[in-house]
Design a protein around this ligand. Sequence first.
Ligand code: F6R
Length: 602
Amino acid sequence: MCGIIGYAGVEKAVPLLLDGLESLEYRGYDSAGLALFTPAAELLTLRAAGPLTALRKKAWDSGKLEGGVGIGHTRWATHGEPSEANAHPHRSAGGKYTVVHNGIIENYETLRRELEEEGLAFSSQTDTEVIAQLLERVDTGDPLETLRLALPRLEGSYALGILYEREPDCIYCARKQSPLLAAVTESGTLLASDAAALLPYTRTVFRFEDGEMACLRKNGLRFFDSDGNDLDKTPAELARHVTAADKSGYAHFMRKEIDEQPVTVRRTLEPLLPHGAVELGAAEELLAREEIRHVLFLGCGSAYHVGAVGRLLVEELAGIPAAVDLASEFRGQAALVDPRTLVVIISQSGETADTLQALRLAKEKGARTLSVVNVEGSSIAIESDSVIYTKAGLEVAVATTKAYSTQLAVVYALAARLSECRSGNEPRDFLHALAALPDLMEEVLRASEAPALAWAEEIYTAEHAFFIGRNLDYAAAMEASLKLKEISYIHAEAYAAGELKHGTISLIERGTPVISLCCRPEVVARTKGSMEEVAARGAKLFCVTTDASFRPERRILLPKCHPLLVASLAALPMQLFAYHCAQLRGCAIDKPRNLAKSVTVE
Ligand code: F6R
């Protein structure tokens, strides 16, 4: 959820660290900081609460920040409020170790108590400071050996960038369950928690595995296993469609990413639909094992909403019983899966802690696990039995748009393939419609901009809004409601239209905005009935529909499409609507308050 950058080289580190932090700021934007060795081998630390601009200003005002070795961090607060004192880097009391950290140290309270009893004074509320203090406490004079001794005492997850006072030419680092990458460039070596920060310099990266450590110097990097033995690692090339963060003239990343959807969905589908038939690559092997009796979709937030669509499609197209569950709720339940269950794990980042834990539990229970992931080489992609990558490219806005629609595209292809496995016949009409989906998405985006803005102008001052729909429309309503609330802070709820009269309708007053999704032809008539019920109680109605004959006062008409693909089209005007509401309310669209792009804590 936070971002790490490090540089050891012949260039001045500070501008490079600040640029790196800018490309990582979408991972956390509560506070930021950096630590640097000056040419005189002094260690300087700068930290600031608030957005990165505050740190930039401090760095600028401080004047002389020379030096080629440094680490930086952008924080999403977990332990302790967002403040300068809690911002990373954290330095041990005696000054020997300075640390930036992503992840959570679960036993930090015990360790802190133990260190305080030994007389060490703490200056922050963070779990990270415990790491710096522990390193100093254990210090043998050899940082690598110190790490080997100290790291086993840390429970939880970490990606670490560490400066050791007596080795001003070096950055030490280590990983456990939190992503970390390193790279060699012409001017030195780089460390980052996310490829986004490395892309301006190189596409060739070294991915840390759990338990690995490294030492970065200007003339190269060395990797070590957890016993301190040298490792010979092979670098990986980042996929071509992963490009550096760039708004390309758009006011916000979210707006750009909304427009990218037809292209990213096409790119995702291309390898899955060669010559019109569906082909899932390496995942085929997983489907070919004994018959799949049950499919379970797991994900959090929008990824869960994709699973809600997937469940309906697998049941309708393939006739296989399917379910969807929140990955964050899966642990602690009976988790009744077995080798005949296909568990489909959906995650943009591939690092969501709840989803990763759900994957591990499903594997423990013997289920077949297939992940749908956007970030190559991420933990979920690596740990699942098979992975299908969405080709959304780098998604910077915290609110997902293009990752969501590419996940839907994969889930459609999967449902079609399961249908074929079950019946021996491919669902031709569906596949034909699926291949044409990106073109329809283009059309819908073009047509939705003006009405979505007009709707936003009508309701952006509202305190509450309701989204209703049935079946796939309900799945789409859940996503529409999440989009609106997370970026505009309007309280929004999604309800299965038929459920309103069982309680929620008591909240409808004169003028309450109710956005009705009426796209799946089979349920339109019944949803119209629910709209009338809320209209009779004074609701202000808005309707997204594929039914040209239905003419409510405020309507966004979607083109005719295959009834099982409606969620992909309905999402587009709803994303634009949320975007415009947030813009009219003056919200920080790409970085909504309290949120982080990748939720690596449970
Ligand atoms: C909402 C949103 C989140 C994510 C959720 C899961 O716009 O982006 O709800 O969908 O945090 O994240 P991933 O897909 O990275 O596992």
